[in-house]
Design a protein around this ligand. Structure first.
Ligand code: ATP
Length: 300
């Protein structure tokens, strides 16, 4: 039997006029996991999340959120989901508490006020303050708090730590792990690679409206791309190695050494190296950051 999924997205396409924001996005997020959604600016993260809540309609594709179709049952979906939008649009004259009540009414959610007070304490947030007097970071805390306050089954968080200082970022990570321990699924978008590596059990990288990689952060580093350093017994013409399919010359470290990046199978490089007097060969897997940057660069 298939694993239970909190989110299932199949072949999702969305255009804004001439801008094709999503081009066949597929995503499976298991119930109870923390899933990171990583991608450069404009890659389609916010668009994907907004489609999940039926805040915008895709041209094509299907979405199931907690086994519900958001287009048929948006109210039910939103009542089970804690959503942090990427851009908070808050009624500035309300107090923090008033704002939280407003969100509750909007989503017909129940609030556990005891939990709200606990969260406010942990965020060092004063509920009686007016939203308009809050700093950007404190507004972000209100956004995270309102997403968590109904103890939803699914958290959809668009850049949850944007604008927060490092201590508060850590507090958010703790809260999300606690939500997971209580059975929630957490789906969050981020630009911050460290954050995804720290928090996510699985990660998808989206680029230009397409998911280009999906794996556990640790495994992602094992995929496809390798850094290879070769030391030769004597100076050799290494340019020929850069012409091997899947191999690019990163740098010639000194007369006898070369740094290469290999995409895909190692076989072609190994065979090409057989023609040279090799003294030493080091292979390592790039970090998630290097992989991410490789995708960034591929976009240019
Ligand atoms: P960021 O990390 O910068 O928030 P993102 O990955 O969330 O980016 P989206 O906001 O989903 O990306 O945008 C995807 C593409 O769709 C971009 O090219 C963006 O300019 C475009 N886009 C998004 N919203 C609209 C809109 N309302 N009208 C026109 N184009 C839009």
């Amino acid at each position: 039997m298939a694993e239970e999924l909190a989110i299932k997205i199949t072949d999702l396409w969305k255009a804004y006029g001439n801008v094709q924001a999503l081009r066949g996005v597929n995503l499976d997020v298991k119930k109870g996991e923390i899933f990171g959604f990583l991608g450069p600016n404009g890659a389609g993260k916010t668009t994907t999340i907004r489609c999940m809540l039926d805040l915008i309609r895709p041209q094509q594709g299907s979405i199931e959120i907690l086994n519900l179709d958001p287009q048929k049952d948006p109210v039910a979906v939103r009542s089970h989901v804690g959503y942090l939008p990427g851009e908070l649009n808050m009624e500035t004259n309300l107090t923090v508490e008033g704002q939280l009540r407003y969100y509750k009414d909007l989503r017909s959610n129940k609030i556990d006020w005891h939990y709200v007070h606990q969260l406010a304490d942990r965020f060092e947030l004063e509920l009686r303050l007016k939203i308009k007097n809050l700093s950007k970071g404190n507004k972000q805390k209100v956004g995270v708090l309102q997403a968590l306050m109904s103890r939803p089954q699914l958290l959809l968080l668009d850049e949850p730590t944007a604008g927060l200082d490092p201590l508060m970022q850590q507090e958010v990570y703790r809260l999300l792990r606690e939500a997971q321990a209580e059975g929630a699924t957490v789906f969050f978008s981020s630009h911050i690679i460290d954050e995804v590596e720290t928090l996510a059990e699985r990660v998808a990288i989206i680029r230009d409206g397409v998911i280009v990689e999906e794996a556990e952060p640790g495994h992602l580093a094992n995929l496809e791309i390798r850094n290879v350093r070769v030391r030769f017994l004597e100076p050799v013409d290494v340019d020929a190695l850069g012409r091997v399919e899947g191999v690019s010359l990163v740098s010639k470290a000194d007369g006898n050494s070369v740094n290469l990046q290999v995409e895909g199978e190692m076989d072609r490089l190994i065979k090409a190296l057989a023609a040279f007097p090799v003294a030493d060969l080091e292979i390592d897997h790039p970090s998630l950051e290097e992989i991410f940057l490789a995708y960034y660069e591929a976009q240019d």
